[in-house]
Each structure stands twice: as C-alpha cells, then as structure tokens.
Design a binder for this molecule. Structure first.
Ligand SMILES: Nc1nc2c(ncn2[C@@H]2O[C@H](COP(=O)(O)OP(=O)(O)OP(=O)(O)O)[C@@H](O)[C@H]2O)c(=O)[nH]1
Ligand SMILES: [Mg+2]
Length: 380
C-alpha cells in the first residue's frame, strides 16, 4: 500500500494495448495505479483544467450585449451556482469469478481487465477511470477474495485489503447463480471491517429468472451492511447508468484525479503478459490456469513490426506439455489469438514469440514474484 501511495501518475488516455505501439524506450515512464491520497495532492493540472472550463462557461453565459444597465431599484437575479465536481475511488471486490472485471470493462466501455471463466483470473489491481460532467470515478478492480495458500495469493489478498482501505465506496459483487458458502461468509466478515458505504451488486442476472434475486435481496437487506442493492448483468451492461448515478450520490466533492480522457494506467509489458495469460486461461483447466504466469522479456521494433518475446511459466512438466499441445497446436493457437488481439488494438504488425518454461513453485518464489510485479510497475 505504501508503495502505491508513493507513485506518481503518468496517465494513459488510450486503450492500454495501444500503448504497445509506443517505442519501448519510454517503458520506464509507465506507472501503476497511484494511490488515492497521493493523486489527490497531485491533481493540480486537472484543477487548472476545471478552472479553464468554468471560465469558458462564464464567458458564454454573459456576453457583453446581455449586460443590462444597472438599475438601482432592480434586485439582482440570483446566479445559478455551478454544481461542484465529485470524484472518488470505488473498489470492486467479491469472491473470484463473480464478474468484477467484466463490470469494470462494461463501465469503461472497453476492455481493460482480462476476463475468464476460471477463478483468480485477476492477480493485480487494475485501475479504470470514468469521467463525465458530474466528475470522475476511479474504479479499482481487484483479485477475488479467497483463502491464500501461496505467497502469490497472499500478495493478491494484500491488494484487496489495500483497495478496501483506500477507497470512498465499495462495490461488493455476488454471483446470483452460486450457492452461498463459507468463502462468502468470510468475504462479508472482511467487508464489515471497513466503514465506507457499500453497495451490493447481484450479478449475472441474465442467467436466471429475475425472481431468483428476490430472496438474496431480502437476505442482504436484513444484514444492514449495504446502503444500496443492485441486481444486474455486467455482461449485458444493463442497469449501469442507474448504478453510476447512485455512485455519484456517495462520492465526495473534489477535483478530477486524472485528465478527463484517461481510461487506465498500465505498463506495456503487463498488458502483453495479461493478454497471453487470458488466452491460456481460456484453453486450459483444473490446476493449469492457477500455476501459469507470463514473463515478457523483449519488446522491440524490428523491421517495421513489433517483436515481442515472452516466457510462459508453469510449475510442472505435464502442464508444459498441456500448454504446448499436440505438435505445438495449443501454443500456436494461444499465440495467434493474443497476437491478433494486440494487433487489432495497436493497428501494428506484431511478431509474438512464446516459450514454455517449467519453474517449480514459482508462486512461492520471491525472485519470480518480484520480477512479475515489476512488469506491473511496482518497483519503478
Ligand atoms: N452470464 C454472465 N456471465 C458473466 C457476467 N459477468 C461475468 N460473467 C462471466 O463470469 C466469468 C468471470 O468473470 P470475471 O469478470 O473474470 O470475474 P472476476 O470476478 O473478475 O473474477 P476473478 O478475477 O477471478 O476474481 C466470465 O466467464 C464472465 O464472462 C454476467 O453478467 N452474466
Ligand atoms: Mg477479475
């Protein structure tokens, strides 16, 4: 958490994948999600932006010809006060696989976080910014709340706790199709420790008859933990306008944290790594997805195209064989889909070279975890 607070913001206005088209030289200037308080202090530029806008508006409102000669007896018409901007940090939390990243992408109207049907898809906090005339919401998508067994998972949970601590509002997601279990009780216990207002999002409503949400709504309403309850489908993107309006009701007044066209702040290597990992998650199952990491070694311009080389780390040799597939067929498919996605985002020709390496117990290896987190930008 303290690391997050120290960081300074370089914002990325376009899709994170479009960052790939930038020369690798400015890679070190990419940053991770800045901390709320640090950003609050560093929001001078956006304050200026706001000030300029309000000047423009006031000029428009009172053109010279409208200036009536002042009559002593006439009372001044009360000036309409411009509503103040609101802004704040909103954490998306819940059990793995409930649809947090899908909801983030739906809010932003573009893919920023990877999504898969395997639990623990998100391993690092992803920041998404949405700005409108009312102000700015900074969403923090987080790993799912789970019992950590490896160092990797402890780090994931630390990010969840940090996000809960440092936000203005918590969106707690549940999957309407899942039975309530011990893990859910644990998540609620975690939530109770935090004082901020909380909304319950009952997700995946498209998968069931709407009446299925009613007992859940009644159950949660009784608990008194949540200020608002929203049943919705993040995949269909319905009910989001209503939810956004409610979020603004709970945010404090304040300046924009980021320039208004910012969508996210992600490092290029991290985006490449996540794109490849997502395809692996799509095509593998059981323990394989949990034990996979992608380390990007090279990002270079070569003969008019972008050359990328990455290692896929697995914990066991049989996992390596699964990912490579019969005569390399699965690895080729993973590579092709990841490359095509990055090409369509950047509009640039990409050569992607993937290798699969066995690194036993990498999930508990300080060195590998540090190298992976450097891809995210934490150590720079
Ligand atoms: N039918 C349906 N599926 C959804 C909805 N939202 C998410 N999903 C699916 O649920 C799965 C998990 O979605 P994610 O967004 O990756 O879930 P998450 O909560 O971010 O998961 P972790 O990162 O593992 O914690 C994916 O297969 C999504 O397509 C929804 O509203 N309806
Ligand atoms: Mg996720």
């Amino acid at each position: 958490m303290s690391e997050r607070k120290k960081s300074t913001a370089k914002t990325v206005s376009e899709s994170p994948l479009e960052e790939l088209s930038r020369p690798p030289a400015d890679e070190t200037s990419q940053v991770k999600a800045p901390a709320k308080r640090a950003v609050k202090k560093a929001s001078q530029a956006t304050g200026e932006e706001k000030a300029k806008k309000s000047v423009k508006k006031s000029v428009k409102k009172s053109p010279p010809e409208e200036k009536a000669p002042a009559k002593k007896t006439t009372k001044k018409a009360p000036r309409k006060k411009k509503p103040s901007l609101k802004s704040g940090f909103v954490s998306l939390v819940g059990r793995p696989n409930v649809g947090k990243s899908t909801l983030l992408n739906a809010f932003l109207g573009q893919k920023v976080a990877i999504v898969s049907d395997k639990p623990q898809t998100t391993r690092n906090q992803i920041l998404g910014v949405k700005t409108c005339e009312k102000g700015q919401i900074v969403f923090l998508d987080n790993p799912g709340i789970h019992r950590p067994l490896h160092r990797l998972n402890h780090e994931m949970m630390d990010q969840v706790y940090a996000a809960l601590e440092d936000c203005d509002l918590i969106l707690f997601l549940v999957d309407v199709t899942e039975e309530w279990g011990k893990g859910d009780d644990f998540s609620l216990e975690v939530l109770r420790r935090y004082k901020q207002p909380k909304f319950l999002i009952i997700n995946k409503l498209d998968k069931v008859n709407k009446s299925r949400a009613l007992p859940l709504i009644a159950k949660f309403a009784q608990m008194g933990i949540f200020q608002e309850i929203f049943p919705l489908s993040a995949q269909r993107g319905d009910n989001l306008e209503l939810l956004e309006a409610k979020i603004y009701d709970y945010l404090p007044e304040g300046p924009l944290f980021y320039p208004s066209d910012t969508v996210t702040v992600l490092k290029r290597k991290f985006v490449i790594s996540e794109t490849v990992r997502e395809k692996i998650l799509w095509y593998t199952r059981e323990e394989v997805p949990y034990g996979v990491a992608v380390m990007v070694n090279t990002v270079e311009k070569r003969e008019g195209m972008l050359y990328l080389q990455a290692d896929i780390l697995v914990e066991r040799d049989n996992h390596r064989k699964i990912i490579i597939g019969r005569r390399g067929s699965l690895l080729a498919r993973i590579g092709k889909e990841a490359r095509e996605e990055m090409e369509s985002m950047t509009g640039q020709k990409i050569y992607l070279e993937l290798r699969v390496k066995v690194e036993e117990r990498w999930r508990d290896s300080d060195g590998i975890l540090a190298a992976l987190s450097q891809q995210m930008g934490e150590d720079e």
